[in-house]
Each structure stands twice: as C-alpha cells, then as structure tokens.
Design a protein around this ligand. Structure first.
Ligand SMILES: Cc1cc2nc3c(=O)[nH]c(=O)nc-3n(C[C@H](O)[C@H](O)[C@H](O)COP(=O)(O)OP(=O)(O)OC[C@H]3O[C@@H](n4cnc5c(N)ncnc54)[C@H](O)[C@@H]3O)c2cc1C
Length: 461
C-alpha cells in the first residue's frame, strides 16, 4: 500500500478518516434508515460511558471526576513520597483532602438527608453502584487517598447494615454531619487480627480459629482485649466497628462493637510502612480493657459474623471498581506515552504491535468496568458469589493492565514521576485486602455450593 495518499492525521497501518476506504466518516452518507442502525457519534470513551448511565449517576460520575482532579490527583505524588508519619498524625495535604471531601459529601453519601448527603435523584439506584462510580474516579487519581476515603465507608457499613434506625440516627448521622461541616470524622472497620486475615473472611477457617480480640462482660457493657492489624484509617478514625468474640466462645459469637477513639485502653500501636496506597494508614490497634457500653453493641450479640460477611458482600464490588480506576489510569498513561515518545524516528504508537498492546489494555479496562457496573447495578442485596467474582477478576486483570503499561514504558515506567509504578504498587494491595483473591475464589464456591450440590443441579453460568 502506498502511503502517499494518506494525510498526516493517521496512525501507521491505518487510513485517514477522509480516505474513501475509511468507514467512519462515510457512515453518515448511508440512507436514513441505515444511518439509524449504523452511524454513530464518536466521542471520548469516558464521556460515552457517562452518558449511558442513568442521568443522576452520570452527574455523580462527573462530580466525582471533578473532585478527584481538583483535590485528589494534585496531592497524590507528594503523599506517596512523604515520610511515614507516626500514628495519629495526618499529613496536611491529606487533611485538606479530607476536609474538602467531607464538605462535598464524599464521606456521607450512602444515605440521604437528614442523615447523609446522597442526592435524592440517586436514591433510586443502588448505593453500591454509586460508590463504585466514585471509587473508580478516586482510584484513577490516587490509590492512597482513595483508600483513605473509602475505608471510612467500610467502617460505617456495619452501622448501616445493622438495620437499626436508632443506630443510624445516633451513630451514623453525627459522623456524616460532622464531615459535611468540614470537620473530618472517619470510621474504620476492624476484623483482621495478627492470626486471622483469611480466617476473619471465610467461615471454614474461622470455625477452627481461636479469637484474638475478646469481649468480657462488665457492668453496663463489655471490655475488649486483644489486637487488630492492618486496619485502614484505624490511625485516624474516631469511630471503629470492631469485631470481637465473647469470652469463652468461638468465632460464632463474634459481635460488632462500636468503639469511639480516643478511649481509655485503646492505642494505635503503629502503622505499616507498606508498598503502596501510602496516604492511607494501615494501623495496628491495641485494646486493653477498652470499655464499650451495651448501647454500642451493633446488630446484637453474636450477630457479628453475619454482619461482617454482609459488609464484605457490599464492599467487594467497590473494591473491584478500584481495579477499574487503576486500569484506566494505567491505560491512559500508556496511551499518552505512546503518543509522545519517539523511537527510530517514529511515534511509539505508529508501531502496530504497540497498537495491539494498547487495544488489549483498552478492552481489558472496559471489560472489567462492564463487569463491575453489571454487578453494581443490581447490588441492592449484593450476592457473595457475584461480589467476590467481580473483586478477584477485576483486580487481577487490572494488575495485568498495569503490567502491560510497565512493559510499554520500560525504564520510563520505573521512574516515580511517570506514575505508573505507583499505580502498579497500589493495585497489588487490592488483591490482598477484603480477602485475598484466592479467598474470594473460595467465597464464590462457598456461596454457590448449595446450588452445585442440589439434586439435578442446573450448572448454568
Ligand atoms: C492495604 C491493606 C488494607 C487493609 N485494610 C483492612 C481493614 O481496613 N480492615 C481489616 O480488618 N483488614 C484490613 N486488611 C487486612 C486484609 O483484609 C487481610 O490482609 C486479608 O484478608 C488477608 O489476610 P492475611 O494477610 O492475614 O493472610 P492469611 O490469612 O495469613 O493468608 C496467607 C495466604 O494463605 C492463603 N489462604 C488462606 N486460607 C486459605 C484456604 N483456605 N485455602 C487456600 N489458601 C488460603 C491466602 O490466600 C494467602 O495467600 C488490609 C490489608 C491490606 C494489605
């Protein structure tokens, strides 16, 4: 093929849009009836997806992106490189984001007024879907700040899922309203113990586990003793949903206790210096005779295990959405690089194997977004099987997309300022928390076994 007839506005191996053999610009010349089925208005892909959403969710997605670009992205590199702070200290840049996020309603949007900030027009759509849209945008901008903001919702979730209007009024409303006033009040969710990560997420392991945090009866309430580890935002949280077994009983007695910090006997022992998401502290918490009044037992005694699993079913879809945000960031970074970098006198994007590499990244990102939106859309009562499948698959594929971006950028990708190495480190953590991806695979089967073992089981997938 001669390249002489091609205008400069084409990529190597492709015809310019005005070429007679190029379909896109000629679709408009088809007869009206054919145009109705074949012609399309090509737009930015993000814009297309946003317009496909129900209107209130499209507006939410735009607002989330605007907030992420104005407040989250600019602080990202600084917070990733900032020295590891002692527990309880918050970096000024993170504090500014927390205040702005609070005022803007990003720390209170699971419930509408008078409790929270969910827009009434959004109330017809699953909160998990709303959360997934927001989380994708925040993850695209900065993994650490995204986790700092998201872990708060995880901490509040057991309070909401307790299903008790008085818990929501007495405990959730003050948290939400304080954030809306620009006074950050964070919550954290504490299940993991030094001896139990998977065993706090999966029943078979839990059945043989000897609980590490134990509640002992005291006049008017309970005293908690033991340690929790890797609790996101546990270093800054003022409200913690802490899961503990009753003294002398096993994990079946797990109960959710609402602990307000600071409290006598409660200490943040340290935060981990971890590989990514550094703007969010992963705290080790120590409980020494921490008194919790009876009114702070959430969901009833021995209801903790089911509350924990319900919380995870709700949160794993937004975690899958973190994968989508990271994959989108990785793909955008790779595209930008391929357009601007020259190799052998040509733009990198003019190499067709690079085009194929990028096409795969785009398709992978869009495939996991489709998966997440499909599950999130219906997640009023999120099913364990679907939530776990979305979580492990989206985050695993996002890692592959980031790896592909690293391949393309080569040594440029190893540099901190290229951002892709940060994205790569951040994604890895989504494959560990909320249950490792191996545990999430088991969760899928655990939930499905009733159908798998039923007589004359229908094994449709
Ligand atoms: C950044 C970050 C943030 C976190 N935030 C929170 C938080 O906010 N709150 C909280 O409570 N926890 C949090 N965690 C803890 C997290 O949920 C646990 O790390 C996770 O559940 C895995 O537990 P573990 O690390 O103890 O691994 P382990 O349970 O020790 O597992 C070790 C290995 O064994 C495998 N394994 C375990 N059981 C089985 C089995 N039955 N069959 C096959 N393989 C198995 C696991 O997949 C893994 O590969 C966070 C962790 C990280 C890294």
């Amino acid at each position: 093929m001669s390249t002489a007839i091609l205008s400069p506005a084409h990529l190597e191996g492709h015809l310019a849009f005005d070429h007679p053999l190029s379909p896109r610009s000629h679709l408009a010349d088809l007869p009206a009836l054919a145009r109705a089925f074949a012609h399309y208005d090509a737009r930015d892909l993000w814009e297309t997806d946003t317009r496909r959403l129900p209107r209130p969710l499209g507006r939410l997605r735009r607002r989330a992106r605007a907030f992420a670009e104005a407040f989250i992205a600019p602080a990202s590199a600084e917070l990733d490189l900032a020295p590891h702070l002692p527990p309880g200290q918050v970096h000024p840049a993170a504090q500014r984001v927390l205040q702005a996020a609070g005022r803007d309603g990003w720390l209170s949007y699971f419930l509408p007024a008078p409790v929270g900030s969910m827009g009434l027009s959004c109330a017809l759509h699953s909160p998990i879907w709303q959360c997934s849209l927001v989380v994708e945008e925040f993850a695209r901008a900065c993994g650490g700040l995204m986790l700092l903001l998201s872990a708060h919702h995880l901490g509040v979730m057991p309070l909401i899922l307790s299903g008790s209007p008085s818990v929501i009024w007495k405990h959730v409303r003050p948290i939400y309203q304080s954030n809306l006033r620009g006074k950050p009040h964070l919550a954290a969710f504490a299940i993991t113990e030094p001896g139990a990560g998977s065993d706090a997420e999966e029943g078979h392991g839990a059945a043989a586990y000897r609980p590490g945090v134990v509640a002992t009866r005291a006049p008017g309430g309970w005293k908690l003793n033991g340690r929790k580890v890797y609790i996101s935002g546990g270093d800054l949280a003022q409200s913690l949903t802490v899961f503990a077994a009753l003294e002398g009983e096993g994990m079946a007695s797990w109960t959710c206790f609402l602990v307000h910090a600071p409290a006598p006997g409660f200490t943040v022992a340290r935060t981990e210096l971890k590989m990514g998401m550094r703007a969010s502290g992963a705290a080790e918490l120590e409980f020494r005779d921490v008194f919790v009044p009876d009114g702070h037992v959430i969901g009833g005694l021995r209801q903790g295990w089911v509350l924990n699993r319900a919380t995870l079913n709700s949160s794993r879809i937004p975690v899958a959405s973190m994968g989508v945000g990271f994959a989108a960031a990785a793909t955008e970074i790779a595209l930008q690089f391929a357009l601007s970098y020259r190799l052998g006198g040509r733009r990198l994007i003019d190499y067709q194997d690079v085009q194929m590499h990028l096409a795969t990244m785009v398709a992978e990102t869009r495939a996991i977004r489709s998966l997440v939106w499909q599950e999130a859309r219906h997640a009023w009562q999120p099913r364990q099987l679907f939530a776990s499948a979305a979580k492990f698959h989206a985050t695993d594929r996002a890692q592959v997309v980031a790896e592909m971006a690293m391949d393309l950028l080569a040594d440029h990708g190893a540099a901190h300022e290229a951002r892709i190495e940060r994205v790569f480190r951040d994604i890895r953590l989504t494959r560990i928390f909320e249950g490792t991806n191996q545990i999430n695979r088991l969760s899928l089967i655990e939930d499905w076994q009733g159908e798998l073992l039923a007589p004359r089981a229908q094994l449709g997938v």
